[in-house]
Design a protein around this ligand. Sequence first.
Ligand SMILES: Cc1cc2nc3c(=O)[nH]c(=O)nc-3n(C[C@H](O)[C@H](O)[C@H](O)COP(=O)(O)OP(=O)(O)OC[C@H]3O[C@@H](n4cnc5c(N)ncnc54)[C@H](O)[C@@H]3O)c2cc1C
Ligand code: FES
Length: 254
Amino acid sequence: MRQENCKVVSNRQIADNIFELVLSGELSAAMSQPGQFVHVKVGEGFDPLLRRPISIASIYDGTFTIIYRRQGRGTSMLAEKTPGMSVDVLGPLGNGFPAGEAKPGQTAILVGGGVGVPPMYELAKQLARNGVKVISIIGFQTARAVFYEKELSDFGDVYVATVDGTYGRKGYVTDILDGLEADIVFACGPTPMLRAVENGNYAAKTYLSLEERMGCGIGACFACVCHTKDDPKGFTYKKVCSDGPVFQAGEVVI
Ligand SMILES: Cc1cc2nc3c(=O)[nH]c(=O)nc-3n(C[C@H](O)[C@H](O)[C@H](O)COP(=O)(O)OP(=O)(O)OC[C@H]3O[C@@H](n4cnc5c(N)ncnc54)[C@H](O)[C@@H]3O)c2cc1C
Ligand code: FES
């Protein structure tokens, strides 16, 4: 992990309120595991005080890409960044997806919901390179919010679901998952989606990336703790920022 003022290469809107920010910096050399995240300082001074956690979507030749939804104050400030400006980034942080658990020749299904789609891009890239058959299922609220369908199709079949049915299949990602078979499932998205994927027992192994609210991002403040499944109301917990954000299904209470 290191902290660096990374340079903005580009920052463009790719869907309704969704931005793709490409940053360059030596930090990218330390990035390898899909599903890790960076902690981004969106302002110049101490306001806002807290950094914003955003998944690493792609790592390429001295640059890395993050994709974020313009949501509140922090991500709105991020959307104002233009090429040449610098952004203070801490990372890479956390334990990402164990891509090596999917063996060559096996089938992996990648399930992304909304801003849970970005980490699936780097994961799909690495799995395909290792000879794993990749199927991506991505879900959004509506057609205007859809992104990275074409990009993910470079690595295998892509299925899209929208809640209102304005694009792809009407409904949820799990409606599509119900009809497919896989050796391993990787998922990132809203908590109800993760719960449904976990409860569906779609494969022998399932890994889920949690997006808990965070403070420090490095395991020091306890803002992000969640209980373990074997001790759901007790004192055993995991920190999403440093033990996760990726956990095996059944490991923590989601
Ligand atoms: C490991 C991880 C990876 C993430 N990856 C992405 C990503 O790739 N793309 C993306 O768009 N979003 C991602 N998020 C969610 C993103 O961090 C929040 O959307 C963002 O912090 C909101 O900041 P804001 O100032 O715009 O919103 P505000 O609501 O104004 O934020 C206020 C505070 O709440 C926190 N917060 C608000 N929503 C969330 C949330 N869903 N999760 C965690 N903290 C939150 C912020 O950090 C901040 O401290 C990720 C979160 C985590 C924990
Ligand atoms: S965010 Fe501080 S311990 Fe996880």
